[in-house]
Design a protein around this ligand. Structure first.
Ligand code: ADP
Ligand code: MG
Length: 768
């Protein structure tokens, strides 16, 4: 059955070659009980390991069932050990962290037997060796004799043809030895049993044949055999393989015996995960918060259609020559000369100009009115504002930057009351009524009083004083007189007669208000607001007024007599009300969804148009939230990068711990290999271990991070008003992090697990 042909084996010890086997030629029968006798160091174990496929010979040949092993590869040897050979060692070599039953089953697991089959078989052989009542114990709960019985049961469980026993009774008292020998003798009835011993008496008492070794050579053989007449059998070996599930189970059992350490390892591994999880939770919460903000409050901020829409990219003005040039960031260099340079600030070539057309206005009319509170068109028209201080005594009121801000209120009732908090009186509801808008402390700039001819030395004015102001505006044909000689138009000056003739438009302040806290109009200036009807009425009249018609014909200002550029002329015509296309349109959506719908409609309008005819809107709210969102994402990336470093460090640590575990479990590696486990199977065991640790680390990390979000949220709540439950760990993030943890630790464990797989089985078994 087995034939050794001139087999040699030597070990390199330092510079010295130690010959362990010196050309051994031996043949074994299919069934016999061979004892190998010899003094210590004579090469018995080496011979056994060689024959059992645990170690490789240097030269010669081992012939198994007539098949030379010269060309055996690793898989062949693994399969041979698993199916054909059972080992019994002096030191039992049981895996201490699994049950007796699991130990016996292990070899069969490697040969791919089903769970039921191997349990049944393991119980059968354990009963055979008299351990029926101990199958669920751990090996270290047994006596030496019992442990050796477990080893015997394991050796024969897979029903091998050959059983190798290396000093099986070497560590057992003589009485128990007898029982063990009887067991082995029983096994030898239908198998080849090769037993190494240095006990002559034992050898002669039980064995059929005694082979004596000395200095690596056979010096005596009590019953030699030649296999010349043996039929060339065919050796059919099924390849072994361990299921990953089995590897997991083995690792899990091992980790269970080291609960504390595993937990500490996993905890250390989880720290990086906690960091990343917390950052993700916060970023997630902040982004949700911004979304909410955009949805609730900011949603109703208007979509702005400005004449020159904000283009962040091309924000820098483009200034033409002559004089020092500027680049995007400012000056190229400071001018040295003691000179100042006139220049014309032109609009950047890239600056888009929104030209609002009648077509666009009619398009806006088609928008579903349920989508918006109002569409507010702003015109550039300048109405004169005059204060009647006494009879025939009128004062022109400075407007704009220099005085009274004279502008329309917003149009819709609902929107009006939302925008202003009325302090006194009421909101204007016709063309003759005005609203005085003050700041939060009821203040107005001194310029306001100056413009109205009121002393600002006075500490305060009663509302009634202001209600009593006799304000007027006049339509252009009433207000302007044409000088027949020059063709220029000047204010008539004789306002009293116009008023007496009933042609003035009297205006009265009917209420005082300030901008409300939840105003959506945004930045309402203090000053005097008129009802939109007034503007409509004025523009209607202005369009066909003499001054407007005259100006439309001329490139010279009909008021100042100065030359006007084309651009300036357009501006003047707008101020005169001749050109009544709005300069700016504000659309106030009712909510976030409405805003989205409106945006889609505006985009659809632009879609077929060439670039320069498109009307570009600005969504200030989205701009703000986009920027904030980008900022938060940026900060998150940085924080995640930092936490990732700790994640990496902890992975490396897990790699090191796995390596320590490899060192610790070297013996187990040897056992697995002796049972026919492939290198791949061994690395699987350790990969399974890191997978478990990684998974646990991930769970712990995510769990702790989840728990930490509660105190964190409490802290944030106490610091920031109105924000609760900010940090939210999303389910997806949690799952991903556990996965990342598994992957990282798995990768970190690859090197140690490879080291484990490459351990020499014999060396591994020798380790205590
Ligand atoms: P036995 O089992 O008969 O006591 P071994 O087969 O274990 O003897 O050893 C035979 C010889 O080979 C001894 O001299 C031993 O020191 C040497 N030897 C065995 N294994 C190794 C090894 N791994 N490295 C170096 N020398 C070894
Ligand atoms: Mg030995």
């Amino acid at each position: 059955m087995l034939t050794l042909k001139n087999v040699t084996k030597s070990y390199q010890v330092g510079d010295f070659m130690q010959n362990a086997l010196n050309g051994v030629s031996l043949s074994f029968r299919k069934q016999e009980f061979v004892a190998i006798l010899g003094p210590s160091g004579s090469g018995k174990t080496t011979l056994l390991n060689m024959v059992g496929g645990l170690d490789r010979y240097d030269s010669g040949d081992l012939i198994i069932e007539g098949k030379s092993t010269l060309h055996f590869d690793d898989n062949d040897w693994d399969a041979y050990r698993n199916h054909a050979v059972g080992f019994i060692f002096q030191s039992y070599n049981l895996i201490t962290h699994t049950s007796v039953l699991a130990n016996v089953e292990l070899g069969m697991t490697l040969s791919g037997l089903s769970h039921e089959d191997r349990t049944a078989r393991a119980l059968e052989v354990l009963e055979g060796v008299g351990l029926k009542d101990h199958v669920y114990k751990k090996p270290n709960q047994l006596s030496g004799g019992q442990m050796q019985r477990v080893a015997i049961a394991r050796a024969i469980a897979n029903n091998p043809d050959i059983v190798m026993a290396d000093e099986p009774t070497g560590a057992i008292d003589s009485e128990t030895s007898a029982q063990i020998m009887a067991l082995i003798q029983e096994i030898a009835k239908n198998k080849l049993v090769i037993m190494v011993t240095h006990d002559e008496a034992l050898a002669h008492k039980y064995a059929d044949r005694v082979v004596k070794l000395k200095d690596g050579e056979v010096i005596e053989d009590s019953n030699p055999y030649s296999d010349a007449q043996e039929v060339q059998g065919s050796l059919l070996l099924k390849k072994t393989s361990m299921a990953f599930k089995q590897a997991l189970k083995l690792s899990f059992n091992n980790l269970r015996t080291k609960k504390f350490r595993t937990l500490i390892t996993a905890f250390a591994g989880s720290i990086g995960i906690i960091g990343v999880a917390m950052v993700l939770a916060l970023a997630n919460g902040l982004n949700n918060e911004i979304d909410d903000l955009e949805r609730s409050t900011l949603a109703q901020f208007p979509l702005q259609i400005d004449p020159f829409p904000i283009d962040i990219e091309a924000a820098q003005g483009n200034f033409g020559p002559p004089g020092p040039q500027m680049d995007d960031g400012g000056f190229v260099e400071f001018p040295e000369a003691r000179e100042v340079y006139p220049f014309e600030a032109t609009v950047s070539e890239n600056q888009h100009i929104n030209v609002i057309t009648q077509d666009y206005l009619s398009f806006l009319d088609t928008l579903d009115p349920d989508l918006y509170f109002e569409i507010n068109a702003e015109y550039d028209v300048r109405m004169p504002l005059l204060l009647r201080e006494a009879e025939s005594q009128f004062r022109g009121v400075d407007q704009g930057g220099g005085g009274v801000d004279f502008e329309p209120t917003v149009t819709s009732e609902e929107f009006l009351s939302q925008s202003y908090d009325v302090i006194d009186g009421r909101l204007p509801d016709n063309a003759n009524e005005l609203l005085l808008v003050v700041d939060q402390a009821n203040r107005l700039n001194i310029r306001f009083f100056e413009a109205l001819g009121l002393s600002f030395e006075v500490e305060s004015y009663s509302f009634d004083t202001l209600y009593d102001l006799e304000l007027y505006t006049f339509l252009p044909n009433d207000y302007y007189l044409e000088n027949a000689d020059t063709g220029r138009f000047i204010p008539s000056g004789d306002y009293e007669s116009i008023v007496q003739a009933g042609d003035g438009i009297p205006l009265r302040i009917v209420g005082v208000a300030r901008e409300s806290a939840d105003s959506l109009a945004g930045f309402i200036d203090q000053g005097i607001k008129y009802h939109p009807d007034l503007e409509e009425l004025y523009i209607d009249a202005a369009k066909t007024s003499d001054i407007a018609l005259a100006q439309a014909e001329s490139s010279i200002s009909v008021i100042t007599g100065r030359e006007l550029s084309e651009q300036q002329k357009v501006g003047v015509l707008r101020q005169l009300g001749y050109d009544d296309t709005p300069t700016q349109i504000l659309i106030y959506p009712v909510d976030f969804n409405a805003k989205t719908e409106i945006r889609n409609a505006l985009d659809a309008y632009n879609e077929p148009l060439p670039d320069d005819e498109q009307i570009i809107y600005t969504d200030l709210a989205a701009l703000v939230t986009d920027l904030t969102g980008d900022l938060i994402n940026g900060v998150s990336y940085v924080l995640i990068a930092f936490s990732s470093i700790s994640l990496l460090v902890s992975s490396i640590m897990i790699g090191i711990i796995t390596y320590v575990s490899v060192l610790e479990r070297t013996k187990e590696i040897g056992i697995l290999r002796s049972l026919g486990a492939r290198k791949k199977d061994v690395s699987r065991v350790f990969n399974a271990e890191t997978t478990i640790i990684g998974f646990t680390a991930g769970l712990i990390g995510v769990g702790i991070a989840f728990i930490l979000t509660f105190p964190l949220n409490l802290l944030i709540e106490s610091l920031v008003d109105g924000i609760d439950g900010l940090a939210q760990l999303s389910f997806l993030a949690a799952i991903s992090l556990v996965l990342i943890s598994v992957i990282l630790t798995f990768v970190a464990g690859l090197i140690p697990s490879r080291i484990a797989a490459n351990k020499h089985p014999v060396e591994a078994l020798r380790v205590e």
